[in-house]
Structures are given as C-alpha cells and as structure tokens.
Design a protein around this ligand. Structure first.
Ligand code: GLU
Length: 467
C-alpha cells in the first residue's frame, strides 16, 4: 500500500463540531496507525459564512484534542486558481462544456423535468454548439456526466454502494464568475494533497458519486472512501442544538480531559471487542476502518463522565495539580500560596477518586485553600448549633497541644477528648467536619485535618466559636 494520507476538511462556519472532531480523530488514527500523514484543509470557499474566528476555533479544538496535523493547514480558497485550471483542462479535454443557460431558462427546464417526472440534469447546452451563444455571453462550466452504466463505490464502511450514472446531473464545476464550485475544489485538493483515504460523515456519500466522476474525468486515482454514520442524541435523533453542547470547546469548559474525549469519540462508532477504556496508544495500534459501525452512534453523557473519571484518576499527579491549581486561581482570582499547593498535592489523589469532571474536582479541592472564614452550607450551619460551639472550642485547645501533626496522633487526640468529655465520637467528629469543611464534600476527616495542617485546622475551628 502506498503511504497513507488522510485529511480533515472542515468548513469554518462555527465551532469544531463534535461530529467533526470524531471525523478528525478517525482520520488522525488511521494515518498514525499506518505511519502516514494526516492533513488539515480548511474549506473556506463560502466567503459569507467562513470567518477567522471559526478557523481559530477549529484549530484550537484540534490542538486541545491533541490531533496534530502534518504540514500547515491548507486554505481551500487560496487554491481557486488551480481549481479553475482544472475546470479549463476538463473543458479542453471534452470532459466538460460551456453552459450559457440563464437562471430563468434553467428554472424553466427544471420545472418541465419535474412535471414530466424526469431527473433534471442541467444539460441544456450539453449538445449545443457554443457558437450559438451571443457574443461575450457569460457561461458556467459543467461536467459532462456519463449517461450509461453505473458506478459502484467500495466504501470501506458502507460496503458496496451503486448508483446509476443516469441519475447524476451535469453539475457546474466553474461558475460564470470564474469561481470553482465546492464539488470541484474538494476533488482537486484531495488529488493534489495526495489523499489516499477520504474518511468523513455519511452525509457526503451522495457527493462521492459526483466527485468520483471528476477524478475519472481527470484520469486521477480515486481515493478509498469511508463514510461514517453520523452521531445521534440519546433520543436517537440526529445530533442538533436541542441536544446541548455541539462544539468541542463546550466539552473543554465542562471539564472533560482531551484523552477522555478521544476515547469517548473513538468508541462512538468504532469498537474493539468489549473494550471501553482504550488509551490513545492502543487506539493507534488497533484502529481500522472495518470496525467502524454502520449504524448511527448515540451520544451518552454518562459514558463520557465515566471515562473522564477514569482518566482523571489516571492523570499524572503534576498535570492534575496544575489543572486544579489554575482552576482554583481562576475562581479565587489570586495566585495560590506555597502551603496551599502543598496541601493540594497531598489531597488530590483521594479527591481524584471521586471526581467525574474537572470543575467538580476543583470545587472539592477548594477545601484546601485559605478561604477563612469559610462560608457554611445550610447543612453545616444547622450542625453548628450553639451547644456544640463549646465542644469545638475545647477540641481546638486539645489539638493545639498536639506536638506532632499526623493522622494517628490527631485521631488519638480526638478520641481521648471524646472519652474525657463522655461524648460519642460522632458527636465530636461531626461538628469538627462541619467547621473545617464548611459542609463541602470531603473524604476521611482525619486525613483532611492532617493535610490542612495544625494552624489552619485550629483557625477554622476557632472561626466558628468566634462567629
Ligand atoms: N467541508 C465538508 C464539511 O465540513 C467536508 C468535506 C469532505 O470531507 O469531503 O462537511
């Protein structure tokens, strides 16, 4: 097999769509699996709808997902001259012809075809002599589609798909203003970029038959097509705004890790036995087009959450710390102090066990920041009634006397205090927890106190007494 070259060819009209991200991922994996190239082409020919911001959003989304492309991103619009040359070459070779029909004539012919139950092929000038056109009249260039036979595309995902050539219209390849149509631009670019495999959404399957004819007309190799089913929402309907987040950046904001996203998008339409957790390294090793499903995949946030939880737990300690640190610095609007960072690095492994999304983790980690006096949740406030405040005061004193601040010593101090006061352990622990955490989700209390440190713990207890 010659070197594999794939491409992702988004139209920059908004954000990086979640379905587009999956298409990009499959192209990337396929190229990486085969040691080939993965190219990026921005299909920015629709000047009215393409914006710089949308291009930036796509590049940003790709970078966030760590889908690195080879070479520089190619702008389709910048290649218009080349597209035009190809149209003229097709004209010169008799594979295309000039069409002088006006918009009105075409509309009329379309109407007649419909009334007669025929396919409209736009072929008013196919067999006419251009000399019949008025001097200097504007014309577009149309491809001369074959009328006989049929074409079978051996789609790597859909299997063999056959279309009768008679169903194809003589589509315009170059408009009368000299601009290329999308259908022409895609084929010329795919050829010039040396694309061997076109992996894209199955909403482009019909286009493949029209594009095939341009490849043929130019005598170019036709790439392998692989049309992947679209993503549907949980309700089985095509993914749309109603289903919520469509852009990749929304997933970054919701606190998903890029590796979790890759794993999720990979499984959304591709499988490897019963494996759910598939690292990127394994994905590169295993990815193939044969195992892409033929049915539409359903988007499922619970699955994504579970995978994200897995990757949060797997996350390298330093990276997780830096993510949480910047999250906290954002919410607190200040830099974290050394002591806070130290507490975080000790607390994070346990916190990571429970988190599904990063904001949740940041929220639970905020417990370890200097934010005295803490705000109390309603539940915590209810637990800190007047009659427990003397207990807190005494326990603070007891903990102040501790000379070696570590788990077993702290625990022993609290237990002996409870015993001396003739209180059930819970009656002591519960108000301590409420005062020290303010009611935030927290794990093992003694461990929390240990990590918070002696001064901070006593400070938080005394804040309540003083309040
Ligand atoms: N620009 C097209 C789109 O965003 C993709 C074209 C292609 O992959 O051939 O849907």
């Amino acid at each position: 097999m010659p070197k594999v070259v794939t491409r992702f060819a988004p139209s920059p009209t908004g954000f990086l769509h979640i379905g587009g991200a999956r298409t990009a991922l499959y192209n990337w994996l396929f190229a990486r699996h085969h040691g080939g190239d993965f190219l990026l082409r921005i299909e920015d020919t629709d000047k009215k709808r393409s914006t710089e911001e949308a291009i930036d959003a796509i590049l940003k989304g790709m970078r966030w997902l760590e889908l690195d492309w080879d070479g520089t991103a190619i702008s389709q619009a910048s290649r218009a001259d080349r597209h035009q040359d190809v149209a003229l070459e097709m004209l010169a070779n008799g594979k295309a012809y000039r069409c002088y029909a006006s918009t009105e004539e075409l509309a009329e012919a379309r109407e007649t075809a419909r009334a007669e139950g025929r396919n409209f092929r736009g072929d008013l000038w196919r067999d006419r002599d251009p000399a019949e056109a008025p001097e200097g009249a504007p014309y577009s260039i149309r491809i001369k589609m074959p009328r006989e036979g049929e074409v079978t595309i051996h789609d790597a995902v859909q299997g063999d798909v056959t279309v009768k050539n008679a169903e194809l219209d003589d589509m315009i390849i170059l408009r009368s203003d000299g601009t290329p149509t999308y259908m022409l631009a895609v084929v010329v670019d795919d050829h010039d970029m040396g694309i061997t495999h076109i992996i894209r959404g199955d909403d482009h399957l019909n286009n493949a038959f029209r594009q095939y004819q341009i490849f043929e007309a130019m005598g170019w190799d036709v790439p392998v097509f692989a049309h992947i089913p679209l993503i549907h929402g949980m309700d089985g309907k095509k993914l749309s705004k109603r289903h919520g987040a469509l852009g990749v950046e929304a997933y970054e904001e919701m606190g998903f890790l890029p590796e979790a996203m890759r794993n999720y998008l990979l499984r959304l339409g591709w499988s490897h036995g019963d494996d759910e957790i598939i690292s990127t390294k394994q994905a590169i090793e295993w990815f193939n087009l044969e195992s892409v499903g033929r049915g539409p995949a359903r988007f499922d946030f619970d699955k994504l959450d579970n995978l994200n939880g897995h990757y949060i737990r797997e996350c390298d300690a330093e990276r997780l710390l830096s993510i949480v640190k910047s999250g906290l610095e954002n919410t607190l609007d200040r830099a974290l102090e050394r002591a806070e960072i130290d507490r975080l690095s000790r607390a994070l492994p346990a916190l990571a066990e429970r988190a599904k999304r990063l904001p949740e983790l940041v929220e639970s980690a905020s417990l370890f920041c200097n934010t005295r006096p803490l705000e109390l949740t309603e539940t915590a406030a209810k637990q800190l009634t007047d009659d427990v405040l003397p207990v807190l005061e005494k326990v603070a004193k007891e903990l102040e006397a501790v000379t070696e601040w570590n788990g077993p010593v702290i625990k022993a101090a609290i237990m002996s205090f409870a015993e001396a006061e003739d209180l059930k352990l819970g009656k002591v622990m519960q108000p301590i927890r409420a005062a020290v955490t303010g009611g935030k989700q927290s794990g093992d209390l003694v461990e929390t106190l240990e990590i918070l440190g002696q001064d901070e713990t006593i400070g938080r207890l005394r804040d309540r007494v003083a309040a």
